[in-house]
Design a protein around this ligand. Structure first.
Ligand SMILES: [Zn+2]
Ligand SMILES: [Zn+2]
Length: 354
């Protein structure tokens, strides 16, 4: 028998209802579990899409949030890596099968049997489905808990757990580094992390944006060059100049405009999920330049810890705006207008009063 504790949370009750106070059950720690008091939770676009039922399969009530940081308040008898008081994080995953080829290769995000998402996934322990970080606490198997290095502020580190790893993993996989020219498409929560991490890896970074007003910010974040994608002449000049493109745009758009920027053997990595299938890329150009059109999502647990340690070493955190729990619905509206630099983070101490 698993015992549970009533826990305060913030939930959407339907696709159209605003998020509001709600009570969920959290399990008391089993032998391998860590119980975490949540101090901050980042606000990802996936939270909004899921809460509003814009992707298939949202179960209600829905408690989003997968950029979780906090302090350990209890551990199970067999937990070896964490103790009470440790600064820890939980990202997009809370479990996986642990037995398949992907899991054995530390690629839990690509589990062949389906990973367990931090919210809106099947809950192996309690039945039902998982609830995310818009809540007072969470209980997670220690394998899926990350250490937040001491020199990273907890609030600004929270979005590293989704936005940070989403860029770090493909940048490392496709060898961004000294001598490589990397383009980052889209300057939002993901894109601003891409600029910072690619710069810290030693690559030459080009920010590719539709918005000339973002050029100055992009340079401050570490971009060496800014390419305005609506400027046809500049796009022409930039043809075949990049080794790697990280495409963070989730709106429907034409891949070909970016494929043209790639050198021979270049890779164009898709990180955003568009609402509809995109127009097919021009195959002739891909063949004629040995291009790779690829996709990537978050990272495994081992790599997420490497990313946190890398960010600690290079002093990288997210640029954030802290909000109260009861401002979440307004924050969603502002995200839809791209009115945030560059990530909202909820101060979970405000959940009590919300
Ligand atoms: Zn996310
Ligand atoms: Zn697996």
């Amino acid at each position: 028998m698993v015992t549970t504790v009533a826990t305060r949370a913030f939930a959407a009750q339907s696709p159209t209802s605003p998020l509001g106070p709600h009570t969920i059950e959290r399990r008391e720690p089993g032998p391998h579990d860590v119980k975490i008091d949540i101090l901050y939770c980042g606000v990802c676009h996936s939270d909004l899409h899921t809460a509003r039922g814009e992707w298939e399969g949202t179960k209600y009530p829905c408690v989003p949030g997968h950029e979780i940081v906090g302090k350990v308040v209890a551990v199970g008898a067999h937990v070896g890596r964490y103790k009470v008081g440790d600064r820890v994080g939980v990202g997009c995953l809370v479990d996986s099968c642990r037995e398949c080829e992907s899991c054995k290769a530390d690629l839990e995000q690509y589990c062949y049997n389906g990973n367990v998402g931090t919210y809106n996934s099947r809950d192996k322990h309690l039945g039902g489905y998982t609830f995310g970080g818009y809540s007072a606490s969470i209980t997670v198997d220690e394998h899926f808990v990350l250490t937040i290095p001491d020199n990273l502020p907890l609030d600004a580190a929270a979005p590293l757990l989704c936005a940070g790893i989403t860029l770090y993993s493909p940048l490392v996989h496709w060898h961004a580094g000294p001598g490589k020219k990397v383009g980052i498409v889209g300057l939002g929560g993901l894109g601003h992390m891409g600029v910072k991490i690619a710069h810290a890896l030693g690559a030459h970074v080009t920010m590719i944006t539709t918005t000339p007003a973002k050029a100055e910010d992009a340079r401050k974040l570490g971009a060496d060059a800014v390419l305005i994608s609506t400027d046809k002449a500049a796009m022409k000049v930039a043809e075949k100049s990049l080794d790697l493109i990280m495409n963070t745009v989730s709106a429907t758009h034409d891949y070909n405009a970016y494929n043209r920027l790639l050198r021979v053997d270049g890779a164009h990595v898709l990180l955003g999920v568009p609402p509809t299938d995109m127009p097919a890329p021009a195959v002739g150009r891909m063949l004629g330049n040995r291009l790779t059109l690829a996709g990537s999502t978050i990272g495994g647990i081992k790599e997420t810890q490497e990313m946190l340690d890398f960010c600690a070493k290079h002093g990288i955190v997210c640029d954030i705006e802290t909000i109260r729990m009861d401002q979440i619905n307004e924050a969603y509206e502002r995200m839809l207008r791209s009115d945030v630099k560059y990530r909202f983070v909820i101060d979970m101490a405000t959940l009590k009063a919300a």
